[in-house]
Design a protein around this ligand. Structure first.
Ligand SMILES: Cc1ncc(C[n+]2csc(CCOP(=O)(O)OP(=O)(O)O)c2C)c(N)n1
Ligand SMILES: [Mg+2]
Length: 312
């Protein structure tokens, strides 16, 4: 994609199921990811959405931006509701009350809903083997309630509950690896996606919909409001996140890991951090620690991929 001048909107389906007129902030990558996901899934889709930015901006009563069956559920249990809808449809089809057909059952949660408050519910739905997709929109904080830190907030980021100042360098813990936790459930498909790589995203969502059983998708999504960055850099920062190994793109299909956007030479993480106000306070020594850790994590992904290719 670097080498070609691709106009993505010509190559992707025209239909939109999340329509214009919603109230997302300028430069919101979450809403872009969501729109692309629904282009990939098509019409036969039912959505259960946890509370969070994506629910708030798309369904202010009495309006809705959804052109699909869509249900707002409590913060923690979108996965449970989607799994119940899936089971209900399965029973109705088995009893011949409705015709057999392929329906995509999707649950959405932000990083707060997924990594913290709904973690056990997502785990339960994945473990029970429902034929559904759970998508976590990771904007790395509780954004719609005012930028509070979550366990998915990266080390060093300043948020309203991990503020940088004289006594603190921002978030003091390393980002929880929810993708790895979900992969540990041994489900058929797990992948990371990023709306700055629309074709990669598109293919992964199609795969997630095609597998028989649960799929987990972790969508890296920048939030210019919470990350204190320029809104016109939203797509660029997604590419920087991949090139600096902040958010590598990979999939784990039936237990086998494949890096879908391999990095030849990892870019300095400073290129990524310096355009975000939430990292403005970071000293060089802390940036070096962050970089060391990111490189270790990326090398571990490469090593796993190589080991599994050898075993195959
Ligand atoms: C049990 C419960 N606790 C807290 C809230 C208040 N609340 C609603 S949305 C939200 C933040 C959501 O954060 P996240 O899941 O990361 O989604 P984002 O807004 O960042 O997209 C909070 C704390 C709630 N609705 N229910
Ligand atoms: Mg969030």
């Amino acid at each position: 994609m670097e080498k070609f001048n691709v106009f993505a909107s010509r190559l992707l389906p025209k239909e939109d199921y999340l329509c214009s007129g919603h109230r997302a902030c300028q430069g919101c990558a979450e809403v872009l990811a969501m729109r692309l996901i629904h282009k990939a899934l098509g019409r036969n889709t039912i959505v259960a959405s946890a509370t969070g930015c994506m629910e708030i901006i798309s369904s202010p009563f009495p309006e809705t931006a959804w052109n699909l069956p869509w249900m707002h559920v409590a913060f923690e249990n979108a996965a449970t509701v989607a799994s119940g809808i899936e089971s209900g449809y399965k029973a109705l089809m088995r009893k011949g009350r409705i015709p057999q057909r392929k329906i995509n059952f999707i649950a959405y949660g932000g990083d707060g809903a997924t990594a913290d408050i709904g973690l056990q519910w997502v785990s339960g739905a994945m473990e029970r083997g429902h034929n559904m997709i759970y998508v976590c929109y990771d904007n790395e904080a509780y954004m719609n309630t005012g930028i509070q830190r979550s366990s998915s907030t990266p080390f060093g980021a300043s948020t309203t509950t991990s503020p940088a100042g004289r006594e603190s360098d921002g978030q003091a813990t390393w980002k929880k690896n929810v993708t790895a936790i979900m992969a540990a459930h041994d489900i058929p498909y797990v992948a990371t996606v990023n709306p700055s790589y629309p074709f990669d995203l598109f293919q992964k969502i199609r795969k997630a919909a095609a597998v028989d059983g649960p799929a987990y998708i972790h969508a890296y999504s920048c939030c210019p409001t919470g990350w204190r960055m320029r809104t016109d850099l939203a797509v660029q920062i997604g590419r920087l996140a991949v090139e600096t190994a902040v958010a590598p793109l990979y999939e784990i299909e039936n237990g086998k890991l494949r890096i879908t956007q391999p990095i030849e030479k990892i870019r300095p993480v400073r290129d990524y951090l310096k355009i975000q106000g939430r990292f403005r306070h970071l000293k060089d020594t802390i940036i070096d620690d962050i970089e060391t850790r990111l490189h270790q994590e990326y090398r571990a992904l490469e090593a796993r991929q190589a080991r599994e290719q050898e075993e195959a």
